[in-house]
Design a binder for this molecule. Structure first.
Ligand code: UDX
Ligand code: ADP
Length: 462
């Protein structure tokens, strides 16, 4: 039986997942470790509002177990040494250099983890891949562990995370399924069973699927590719709707009632973001290409091409509508996070739309209920389109939406935060320059009410 779990990586996946395991398994000691001292200090902050990941319900669940059977620490070696089972939950960004640049996953953090585990481990361990990884990564981890370890036995499992940010806690508490891949050997099956027993503390057994390692790894990439494909599919139709006079919300409703299609993930938007969709599809494309499956690779790559087009189309439309120039105009972004109920901004459409508009010399004002101004600068600087001081000059963050919108020429809604619907839109209108425009990248507002106030309102796909 597993008594001691270590999770390497205290990010958006490791933090919430371990908090739920600790809450549901009071007899297991769970230690989450990270090299980033500030991150660990924030997880241990007395003020629960300061934990580094914003997720509805997460604060409460962390408080339930923190310093009882849930610990956050920077002492990676000690936690590895104590653990029977180690989750690897470190980041796996897309490579920014060398072969596979812009496409393959950068596995350097995973490899460093594997080497550290090999160096420290003095007794047999189960090592679980939690991060999204390309197919066959387990094999690489195994090879490192077996060839550099102290002669102890390692079993490698793949246990991909399917939680979506913004709903992480409910997704973890009530998963559609838990997937565990492992070796077909006696030891492999034993290791799988031990992890099954952990989840069985709160997940029904028939929702816990066990497969071979590669099926598990590939299922994760495939699930995300299918989800992203649905968003790109409806976004492709949104452009056609704008030309033909159809309304994409009506089309989505009509097709979603077909039980074979289903209603979820059919919301047209300014484009999908987040740390997973693009990265996972690029991984899939890279793997397909590496096996010479060019048609397969092209098919999936189109999902990303469509998504880039959707973001670019949104910013071009703003420029065109504002009389073909946004130079020195104030454009207010409501929302910067890649979706509501998270403070995560990775790959958020807002970053790319802002970048385009800054190239057109617009002044960008931003209000997001959970994203801090230094994050916005970091995101823009990461694109390397211009110097940090130029980015700083072109953007201004506000901690209240009414100030952010004051004297603006236009508002662009980039995230579907619920609170945006409850604003006093008349007051916002009164304080804007006229004509006052709203570009709703999330089809969030009630079009007829907004137009009645006097706004010129444009949404996606109508
Ligand atoms: C995704 C998967 O859903 C999750 O299972 C996996 O573990 C990680 O990747 P996440 O990226 O956190 O989760 O959020 P998700 O809800 O999938 O949204 C991704 C992006 O698609 C967001 O930018 C969202 O706004 C956008 N989206 C989603 C749409 O534009 N329209 C939709 O209908 C659904
Ligand atoms: P995810 O969304 O996959 O959780 P994050 O970037 O939020 O990704 O979190 C990954 C975390 O892993 C980061 O906090 C990073 O500091 C941590 N990390 C990366 N490599 C190591 C390592 N070798 N040891 C400990 N922590 C690591």
């Amino acid at each position: 039986m597993i008594k001691n779990i270590c999770c390497i990586g205290a990010g958006y996946v490791g933090g919430p997942t371990m908090a739920v395991i600790a809450a549901k398994c009071p007899n297991i000691k769970v230690t989450v470790v990270d090299l980033n001292q500030k991150r660990i200090a924030d997880w241990n902050d007395q003020n629960i509002d300061n934990i580094p990941v914003y997720e509805p319900g997460l604060g409460e669940i962390v408080l339930e177990s923190r310093n009882k059977n849930l610990f956050f620490s920077t002492n990676v070696d000690e936690a590895i040494d104590e653990a029977d089972l180690i989750f690897i939950s470190v980041n796996t960004p897309t490579k920014t250099y060398g072969s596979g640049k812009g496409m393959a996953a950068d596995l350097k953090y995973i490899e460093l983890c594997a080497r550290q585990i090999a160096r420290v481990a003095k007794n047999d361990k189960i090592v679980v891949e939690k991060s999204t990884l390309p197919v066959r990564t387990a094999e690489a981890i195994k090879s490192i562990l077996d060839n550099t370890g102290n002669g102890v036995q390692f079993q490698i499992l793949s246990n991909p995370e399917f939680l979506a940010e913004g709903t992480a806690v409910t997704d973890l508490l009530n998963p559609d399924r838990v997937l565990i891949g492992g070796e077909n050997s006696v030891e492999g099956q034993k290791a799988i069973q031990k992890l099954v027993d952990v989840y069985a503390n709160w997940v029904e057994r028939d929702k816990i699927l066990t497969t071979n390692v590669w099926s598990s790894e590939l299922s994760k990439l495939t699930a995300n590719a299918f989800l992203a494909q649905r968003v790109s599919s409806i976004n492709a139709i949104s452009e056609l709707c704008e030309k033909t006079g159809a309304n994409v919300n009506e089309v989505a409703k009509a097709i979603g009632m077909d039980s074979r299609i289903g209603p979820k993930f059919l919301k047209a938007s300014v484009g999908f973001g987040g740390s997973c969709f693009q990265k996972d599809i690029l991984n899939l494309v890279y793997i397909a290409k590496s096996f010479g499956l060019n048609e397969v690779a092209d098919y999936w790559e189109q999902v990303i091409i469509m998504n880039d087009h959707q973001k670019r189309r949104f910013s071009r439309n703003i420029v065109k509508t504002l009389y073909n120039t946004v130079a020195d105009k104030k454009i207010t972004f409501l929302g910067w996070a890649f979706k509501k109920d998270t403070n995560d901004t990775r790959e958020s459409a807002a970053i790319y739309v802002a970048d385009d508009l800054i190239n057109e010399q617009a002044r960008i004002a931003v209000y997001d209920p959970k994203v801090e101004s230094n994050q916005i600068q970091t995101d823009l600087n990461y694109l390397e389109s211009r110097s940090a001081s130029e980015n700083e000059k072109a953007t201004k963050c506000f901690d209240n939406p009414y100030d952010a919108c004051k004297d603006a020429h236009a508002i662009a809604i980039l995230t579907e935060w619920d609170e945006f619907k409850t604003y006093d839109w008349q007051k916002i209108y009164d304080n804007m320059l006229k004509p006052a425009f709203v570009f709703d990248g999330r089809n969030l507002l009630d079009a007829s009410k907004i137009k009645e106030i006097g706004f010129i309102y444009q949404s996606i796909g109508s």
